[in-house]
Ligand binder design. Structure first.
Ligand code: ADP
Ligand code: ADP
Length: 232
């Protein structure tokens, strides 16, 4: 579960202030596939990035599985972040490392032993359907395969929350469908709560159960997908 309580974020650049988030209140329940939709510049990316402290709120608080990460020690933040996977629009893979190594990275950084890493990485690669690509490099993969690697990397630490930042926006419609199906399986089979941001209505309609509509740093509407999009 993720709770946003009166979250605001102000960016200052060259003397200009941008209010990217204005007093956001929002609850993402355990097991949700929660979509946040809005135009470019609405504040979606800033919002999702406050969940794993890639951005700190200027005021207000974000509670993740009962914890306010911003109040924890550096060690506790590292531990808490293992519970939050993140998937990016442009995959953010290390091109000089194999698929195996990319997926192993979060576990290597956490000091797991070699055998445990190998088991976990292969199990996760099997789950996303890329076991046979373990020794390949990202350059040798299609966009959809790269995103599967990104998803596998996000899952290796067995998180309870998955954040998706425009995860399908760089992919063609067919590939988008297969990645959305994979996200749905992750939600159903591992009971992982998914918070995703997108500017594409069809993505929300395809897999989300709940949605928030963002505009100019605010949430202007929220509810279940059917109700929010049922009226003109
Ligand atoms: P979205 O993801 O909906 O496109 P963003 O969260 O990226 O929106 O941006 C919201 C607003 O905050 C925009 O006006 C953007 O220019 C501004 N913004 C985002 N990040 C920064 C930053 N690091 N510094 C200054 N302004 C920023
Ligand atoms: P546990 O938390 O005790 O590992 P789970 O039911 O969560 O039990 O996991 C069962 C098995 O599935 C474990 O071996 C675990 O490593 C694996 N697993 C759990 N979540 C994921 C995931 N998101 N991706 C890949 N494998 C996973």
């Amino acid at each position: 579960m993720i709770e946003f309580h009166q979250v605001s974020k102000v960016f200052e650049s060259n003397g200009n202030k941008v209010e990217a988030l204005k007093n956001i209140n929002l609850t993402v329940e355990k097991g949700d596939i929660f979509g946040v939709i809005g135009f470019s510049g609405a504040g979606k990316s800033t919002l999702i990035r406050t969940v794993n402290l890639l951005e700190y709120p200027t005021s207000g608080k974000v509670i993740v599985e009962g914890k306010n990460l911003a109040k924890l020690s550096q060690y506790e933040i590292r531990e808490a972040k293992k519970d939050i996977g993140m998937v990016f629009q442009h995959f953010n893979l290390l091109n000089s490392k194999t698929v195996f190594h990319n997926v192993a990275m979060p576990l290597l950084l956490s000091g797991y032993n070699k055998k445990a890493i190998e088991n976990q990485v292969y199990e996760t690669l099997r789950f996303v359907g890329l076991e046979e690509k373990a020794k390949n490099y990202p350059d040798q993969l299609s966009g959809g395969q790269k995103q599967r690697v990104g998803i596998a990397r996000a899952l290796t630490t067995n998180p309870s929350i998955l954040l998706c930042d425009e995860a399908t926006s760089a992919l063609d419609p067919e590939t988008t469908k297969s990645i959305l199906n994979l996200l749905k399986r992750i939600n159903e089979e591992y009971n992982i709560t998914i918070l995703m941001i997108t500017h594409e209505m069809k993505v929300i309609k395809e897999i989300c159960n709940r949605v928030a509509v963002m505009e100019d740093g605010q949430i202007i509407e929220t509810g279940n997908v059917y109700n929010v999009f049922a009226h003109p």
